[in-house]
Write a protein that binds this ligand. Sequence first.
Ligand SMILES: CC(C)(COP(=O)(O)OP(=O)(O)OC[C@H]1O[C@@H](n2cnc3c(N)ncnc32)[C@H](O)[C@@H]1OP(=O)(O)O)[C@@H](O)C(=O)NCCC(=O)NCCS
Length: 161
Amino acid sequence: MEKSMANKREVLLRFLAEPTDVNFGGKVHGGAVMKWIDQAGYACAVGWSGYYCVTVYVGGIRFYKPIFIGQLVEVKSTVVHTGTSSMHIAVEVSATDPRTGTQKLTTRCLIVFVAVDDGGDTVPVPRWTPETELDKRLEQYAIHMAKARKEEEAELQAIPL
Ligand SMILES: CC(C)(COP(=O)(O)OP(=O)(O)OC[C@H]1O[C@@H](n2cnc3c(N)ncnc32)[C@H](O)[C@@H]1OP(=O)(O)O)[C@@H](O)C(=O)NCCC(=O)NCCS
């Protein structure tokens, strides 16, 4: 039986942290975590828009706790705000010790994708309308981040290289 994933707001990836993900300190590499975040965000953006999507921004990333090899990793991506062609997606990474079942939040970030057509031109995406108080707060956070980004970019552009 087939199930429609169209306009699905959330994607959850679940897998084990593998020995190949290790860094020099014996924990999961930050780069591996960022790759998982991008993958979960991408799947969420494509599912929401129905188009191929490209990353235009990754920010607000915080690594709270390390992930150890053999832990069960969950990467949850959620659409929290939409513009014309952009989708602002909150991503949370958590790790569970399979022996004890203890879960900890390890990483959070906000990632922005843009939907593009086969020619690489931007295309409009369906609008996300927040309903719950939590959804409204998440959207406000994404809007606040967009404003801060504009100010940051203006400051950077003003620096001659
Ligand atoms: C995506 C791309 C085609 C958009 O082209 P563009 O000329 O910037 O188009 P626009 O200025 O109309 O921006 C499109 C949307 O992206 C958003 N955007 C562009 N740059 C952004 C940035 N740095 N941060 C956040 N949002 C950004 C705009 O706000 C706009 O949102 P909206 O449609 O909801 O209003 C172009 O920026 C691009 O190709 N970027 C490189 C993407 C890439 O290679 N990613 C890495 C690999 S996937």
